[in-house]
Design a protein around this ligand. Structure first.
Ligand SMILES: Cc1cc2nc3c(=O)[nH]c(=O)nc-3n(C[C@H](O)[C@H](O)[C@H](O)COP(=O)(O)O)c2cc1C
Length: 441
């Protein structure tokens, strides 16, 4: 947005602010709704609204440089013969080949493998580069079935049945024709250069009972070896988690409304779903009531950026987290070194969200052969591994300060909230009080 000289007396409307006015004018000019990538940009109650109560007298902290704090987690302990052990509870979320370049997918696999965690395929199938470089690869089974291949199901270390995403619960996706190269088209068995819609619901089921049948089918295909995850966008999380457990899930992934996307209508990204913070306690309550907390593992995603966010998710009861947007940023998305290139396509470093256009100067969300070459998968993998190590170390530091020798020993009791909204959603007391809105008086 151009800088303007605001003089005393000029009042900007809170309702019709500059962004709102620009969007109305854009809509009036083009007649099309805005599609973009990235996650929700509006401010909602978030992990920043929570604080840890570090140990002092009533609790005993652990010494950071000498005393161990375990970070490994086993996922899929309910039914799978071969659960996945990850060395850090931070996993890489499913992001499609098509939305992302093959080099980006490979870099994510390399980075995750270097620190002993998992990465995930996405819409559009599994690439050999990604499988080859990922020691623990979760294969997504999506409503679109693009790139779905039973042989690939058997090559996976876990299967994630996607029912929805936090950025667009109830909605589908769109991959614009400019990103459908020969290779993307071949993997999806659809024509090159033509926009591809990803469906919002699975073609062969109409309700939770069909999900149980689908899980059974997937277990038979994979000989009951690998864990089956169910991924839902956060909305009616309490009920969705109960239904997923009943259908036979080993692991449940809950993706909050801040979760990133490759391409979705802005109106969806900003107006559908509930914040990640609000979803976690609902999921945990559902699991606890069924006696399944920690037996069916909970992975949380949507807006996770640093080790504090990771530790807060764990304290609220998650077993692990998944990251998408932050991983792309770690790879170099929105890096200032591409500022002049972002300007040429009408954006700026820190603001770029038109992943669907396929013009990403950083070579990440593109299929353009020249742009793609800008991302070296080995260097990208190194950056992802570094970033994952920092997240893990930060989370460990906070856990030790709370006296915990395992990240999973963090608990809601270690947290307080800075705002009434966050206290109500996270179900922890407002700082300095015993007050959890809606629970205690
Ligand atoms: C570029 C991009 C592509 C994505 N593709 C998929 C996908 O194919 N399947 C899926 O379930 N989620 C997809 N997601 C959502 C992520 O799996 C994850 O839920 C979300 O990014 C987590 O939120 P975060 O970005 O704030 O970390 C995508 C996200 C991004 C940013």
């Amino acid at each position: 947005m151009t800088d303007i000289n605001i003089k005393p007396g000029m009042r900007e409307s809170a309702t019709f602010d500059r962004n709102t006015i620009a969007e109305i004018q854009r809509a009036a000019e083009t007649g099309i709704y805005d599609i973009r990538g990235f996650g929700a940009k509006r401010k909602v109650p978030h992990f920043d609204d929570l604080l840890f109560l570090g140990a002092s007298m009533s609790r005993y902290p652990l010494e950071g440089y000498r005393e161990k704090c375990n970070t490994s987690v086993t996922l899929g302990t309910r039914f799978a013969k071969k659960p996945i052990v990850i060395e850090t509870p931070v996993t890489i979320a499913g992001m499609s080949f098509g939305a992302l370049s093959a080099n980006a997918k490979e870099a994510l696999g390399r980075g995750a493998s270097a620190v002993g965690t998992s990465t995930t395929t996405g819409d559009g199938g599994m690439t050999p580069e990604e499988r080859g470089q990922s020691s623990k690869l979760v294969y997504q089974y999506l409503p679109s079935r693009y790139g779905m291949n039973p042989d690939d199901l058997r090559k996976a270390d876990a299967i994630e049945v996607v029912l929805g995403q936090g950025a667009k619960p109830g909605g589908g996706g769109m991959l614009l024709g400019q990103k459908i190269t020969d290779r993307v088209a071949m993997m999806r068995t659809l024509p090159k250069g033509v926009d591809q819609r990803s469906a919002c619901r699975h073609p062969d089921w109409t309700g939770p009972d069909d999900l149980a049948i689908k899980i059974q089918e997937l277990r038979e295909i994979t000989d009951w070896l690998v864990p089956i995850y169910i991924k839902v966008g956060a909305t009616r999380t309490y009920y969705d988690v109960k239904l997923a457990v009943k259908a036979g899930a080993d692991v449940i992934v809950v993706d909050g409304m801040q979760g990133g996307t490759a391409a979705t209508q802005d109106v969806f990204i900003e107006h559908v779903g509930i914040p990640t913070l609000a979803a976690i306690p609902q999921a945990v309550q559902a699991l606890q009531e069924m006696g399944m907390h920690r037996k069916v593992q909970l992975i949380v995603s949507g807006g996770i950026r640093n080790g504090a966010d990771v530790a807060k998710c764990m304290a609220l009861g998650a077993d692990a987290v998944a990251i998408g947007t932050a991983a792309l940023i770690a790879l170099g998305c929105n890096h200032p070194k591409w500022q002049s290139e972002y300007e040429k396509i009408g954006s700026a470093a820190g603001f770029y969200d038109d992943y669907h256009e396929g013009k990403d100067p950083a070579g990440i969300s593109t299929q353009d052969p020249d742009l793609m070459q800008r991302l070296d998968p080995i260097e990208g993998g190194r950056r992802i591994a570094n970033y994952l190590r920092v997240l893990t170390l930060e989370a460990q530091t906070l856990a030790r300060a709370c006296g915990k020798n395992d990240l999973r020993h963090l608990e809601p009791e270690d947290l307080v909230a800075l705002t009434v909204e966050a206290a109500a959603m996270a179900r922890v007391p407002l700082a300095g009080t015993q007050w959890i809105p809606g629970q205690s008086f």
